[in-house]
Design a protein around this ligand. Sequence first.
Ligand code: SF4
Length: 379
Amino acid sequence: MNGLYIHVPFCTKICGYCDFATVACSPRLFREYVDLLLCEAKERLKDHGDFVKNLQTVYFGGGTPTALPIEEFTRLVQGLEALGVHLKEMREVDLECNPDSSTDEILENAYSLGVNRFSLGIQTFDDALLQMIGRKGSAAQSREALSRILNFTRKKNLHATADLMFWLPGQTLERFEQDVSELAESGIGHVSFYGLSLHPHTVLGNRAEKGEISLDEDLYPEMYRSGVRILQEHGIERYEVSNFARPGEESLHNRNYWKRGEYLGLGPSAHGFIRDKRMAAPSRYLAWKHWVESGAKESGMEVDCLGKKERVEEKIWLSLRTREGLDLQLLEQEEFTIIPNEKIQRWIQKGYLQKNGTQISLCGDGWIWMDSIVEDFLP
Ligand code: SF4
């Protein structure tokens, strides 16, 4: 199965923790971006002739895809259709939405073009925390957008997911539990939650460096465990370290990443993975623009051809993120790589890993200490 990721880089406000390649909204840039993206799509799809035949998912992420005016989003989709990417034939077409730009009109238009899954970035229902992390909008707006998206997706039999963040400066365990409970009680089919990362050169990263904010190490595992428990109590099960779904609501597009399926990325900073080659487009908008204008050739991308070592690392790393875990027999057959049994037994004894036949998967606090387990297993 193949997936297509389309990066829409526009944001009306830069969040305090964000280190993505983003661009301020401007009507001139919207038009230019769609023209450039379609040029890039033409070139990239030409380079990978069979790609569209096996394409099953399309994901519009960002940035803020819903910041694009309806007419430009429509033009983008129509341009993709002309290149053989027919959204209505896909198994899953996702659209990331921000609370302040998820109007009925945008949802209706996206649905009419083939979008069948809406992903809402909530982060927290607490106004003070939203302000602290520099998010635009309010908790009331998030609640309104959530209920609008849920009503819409239920009426049309579509899918919906929402994101939360935890381990925010000043966030208590109780506050995060309230966020998770509120989202789970809404009846939503899929939830993702992520602990805050403090990246250098972001507003929050700089504040942490100056000692103005700090994160309590002990709170991270407590919040993660509580979040998982609350979702489970509502029938929303973990199927990846940060992703939780009711049965049948798992993200097909993301599953493809974890299974090392092939995908192409379009737009500034978008990544692709084809035939054991990882590719990334220039991340700054202007550099991306110049690259597209000069033909969007693969030679102008950052390309990484994976050798055996990198392949093995990825297989261990990506498989262990998921509920199914890693098939040791397959790893041996495909890569002639064996993880020493003593290492596996050590983690099993700690209660962090379980083994079922030839399959190993995380359990208990293994989900929290995944990085250490993976590192221990790397050849
Ligand atoms: S909305 Fe998303 S992409 Fe835009 S600034 Fe905030 S975190 Fe970054």
